[in-house]
Write a protein that binds this ligand. Sequence first.
Ligand SMILES: Cc1ncc(COP(=O)(O)O)c(C=O)c1O
Length: 429
Amino acid sequence: MDRRSFVKRLVGGSALSIYALNKLNAAVYKSIASLNQKYLQDYSPDGVYWEALSKYFIFQDNLLMMNNGTLGPIPETVFNTLMKYFKVQATNPYDFYNFFPSKRDEVRSKLAKFINASSDEVVINRNTTEGMNLVANGLDLNEGDEVLITSHEHPAGIHPWRLKEKRYGITVTEVPLSTPPKSVDEIVNAFKSAITSRTKVISVSHTVYITGLIFPVKELSKIAHENDILFVADSAHGIGMLNIDVKNLGIDILASSPYKWCGAPTGCGLLYVKKEVQDKIWPQIASSGWDTYKNAKRFETLGQQTDPLIFGLGEALDFQSIIGKRRIERRIKTLAGHLKKGLKSIPKVRLHTPTNPYLSSGLTAFSVEGVEPEYIVNYLREKYNIVIRTIGRDRDNTRGVRVSTHIYVSLKHVDMLLEEVDHLVRHKA
Ligand SMILES: Cc1ncc(COP(=O)(O)O)c(C=O)c1O
């Protein structure tokens, strides 16, 4: 039996329900394709297109999930794929082991295409934290060499560099930024004046978790390269939220967590390492291949991985691709724009996120004078089963709440949230 027929028998023959799962997914894609045909021109923010699509996300008890920035839901098709491959793995681990790992490379190609990279530049790992640590630990830096980060980094973008600082005596400098920064120039100029002759790396959030700021990475990578500096982007929220094109953005290294915005299961991540910089980084886990692979796979000799999760990631990319990355980004920005406009009109609300759509996207953070962030979160959960989260810190006045507006959220949901914030301001602040 040839390989193709054998693999077909493996996923098809072991249980009827596997056929059923395949058929369910095919039906979903068929129906999205016909929605696309019907509403191709429909960019109206709250069109039926988006409402129809939202049905492919499954939520418990009508949960209105506006915190996928922490942990996102997965579409039905991804859930089916997980079930399918976990079932094969559990019932026939021997053949699963022999026949499926090559499928990882299919996912790698999809990931590469999704961010406009080459397959040779893509590592499939566990998450952003792992990617950022691999890069910080794997780079040869000497005592006194400097890494520029910002005052808005996530712990996963700070601690790998701080650890290196403690161990090897490098210098980690935080570029201070206001909340929110007023313009691209303000950010670029802050970096221009922070760069010194010892600066070897600029490592910034692509998507700032506290404020929702989108760093102008294209402009920053340009000044990094003009100064012979490596440019690293912590894009935990980027994939699935933004239409990422690593080449156009000039990024050298990008780490991302597709379980936030891309509909992938938790437990698999993406690390992009540009071909030209791969030799600058040592692998951190070595098994066969670390010294022979001539591509980013040398950073992925991790032993056994949870392949069903990785295949789930592949399915998530298919789901997003059929809708269209550009369309998704536009929808997310429309929802967030509506939210920000509404928040700006409510007295005592302070927006921590820029309103400029070039500097912001699906994460919106704000505080309400006189109302504790925890109170807002609990109130919305109790009243409407809306899930948002507290975020930020006192030291830079960013303590507040954060709302994620993904494609399954409607303008109606955003209005519900706005109405309740307004209510809180009038009765509680
Ligand atoms: C900007 C940013 N970087 C890194 C991380 C860490 O992500 P992970 O836990 O998937 O490694 C997060 C998580 O929320 C984040 O928001």
